[in-house]
Ligand binder design. Structure first.
Ligand SMILES: *Cc1c(COP(=O)(O)O)cnc(C)c1O
Length: 371
């Protein structure tokens, strides 16, 4: 039997047609027309004024943090249960990440814990929608208003998701997406920044392009990055965006079907189908081993691998990252929910190409190995 990969994208829309256009027209660099087109269409889709496409989602966070002019002495509150890129972007500005634990059911940052971590140094709250369920934004926006903080929204895992009628990617001063192949829209490697603030948008374009200025090319006032995206990548992205609504339906269907197949395994914690404010988009389908299971996620994933089923572990909490320990960050801090799900959580195949037959096999094997 073939391996069931943890993710496989769908690329059978207009991707090929637009790629041929890139080659035939000769436009393959970031100067090509698909970059602007992707930026404009995506910004329109999520009701933002400006979209700035970049080379990946981590780059988007770097540029977003730089554009807010964070620096030494500043603090940014964020979840500990997230990808390292979130903290890396903040640390590279000279500011300090301050982390909080997550909710045991949604795995999103526990918004009730934010206020007690606000100090006179706090400049921003970075929210990260985890695994397809949006963060409860109302309390976050209220705190931001009360304490005059910026909101940075990492919506990489919530492309096409909405919270109370606002699209994810539409909250706060600045938002970011990733277009890595396991995201709802992929360009192979790629990402985007969104904002409604013209000044911030201009800064993002500036930082994305080595801080070149119009006056005299090759004379620089600031240090930026080459985080440009190519016309070839943007061409794929445009074809993907055309099918986003269809992809969302497919993901939700995968999530619902897995829940039906797996809900009789009492020792598995399944993802929530919905919260008070959103249906789960099931960016991924995560599982957490309950305490009755004598082994941890590492062993469960090995067992799945022996049946040729791909899986991935959950995030490793920021406060437990060796690279940050060495920098003496988060010293003596403990966040029990994140620590637990990092060790007991993993996710199973859930890419857009997944078939019912493959899901049935994943379910059969999970029933065999998780007892
Ligand atoms: C995927 C992801 C990123 C990073 O995106 P890359 O394109 O891989 O750099 C950042 N934040 C979150 C929440 C992600 O899921």
């Amino acid at each position: 039997m073939d391996m069931i990969p943890v993710n496989e994208p769908i690329l059978d829309g207009n991707e090929k047609k637009y790629l041929i256009d890139c080659i035939e027209s000769g436009w393959i660099s970031s100067e090509g027309p698909y970059v602007r087109l992707l930026e404009e269409k995506f910004a329109k889709k999520i009701d933002r004024k400006f979209g700035i496409a970049v080379s990946n989602g981590s780059a988007a966070l770097d540029v977003a943090a730089a554009s807010l002019e964070l620096g030494k002495g500043d603090e940014v509150i964020m979840p500990t249960f997230t990808i390292i890129s979130c903290a890396a972007a903040i640390i590279r500005t000279g500011a300090k990440p301050v982390v909080i634990d997550c909710d045991p059911l949604t795995w999103n940052m526990d918004v009730n814990m934010i206020e007690r971590r606000i100090t006179p140094r706090t400049k921003a709250i970075m929210v990260v929608h985890i695994y397809g369920l949006p963060v409860d934004m109302d309390p976050v926006l209220e705190l931001a208003k009360k304490y005059r903080l910026a909101v940075i929204e990492d919506a990489a895992e919530a492309i096409g998701q909405a919270y109370k009628g606002t699209m994810c990617g539409g909250f706060g001063q600045i938002s970011t997406f990733s277009f890595y192949p396991n995201k709802l829209v992929t360009t192979g490697e790629g990402g985007m920044i969104f904002t409604d603030d013209k000044r911030i948008a201009e800064k993002c374009r500036y930082y994305r392009n080595l801080c070149f200025t119009k006056d005299r090319r090759f004379i620089h006032q600031h240090l930026g990055w080459n985080y440009r995206i190519s016309n070839v990548q943007a061409a794929i992205g445009l074809a993907q965006l055309e099918r986003l609504d269809e992809f969302i339906l497919k993901k939700k269907r995968i999530g619902r079907r897995y829940t039906e197949l797996l809900s009789d395994i009492a020792v598995l914690q399944l993802p929530l189908l919905r919260t008070d404010y959103a249906d789960n988009l099931f960016w991924i389908y995560g599982l957490v081993l309950k305490d009755d299971v004598i082994f941890d996620a590492e062993v469960a994933m090995q067992k799945l691998r022996s049946y040729k089923i791909g899986s991935r572990p959950f995030f490793w909490p920021l406060h437990e990252q060796p690279v940050f320990r060495k920098k003496n960050l988060f010293k003596g801090q403990s966040y029990p929910v994140a620590e637990k799900i990092a060790r007991r959580g993993f996710y199973i195949p859930c890419g857009l190409s997944l078939t019912d037959i493959q899901m049935d096999r994943v379910s059969y094997v999970l029933h065999e190995v998780i007892k």
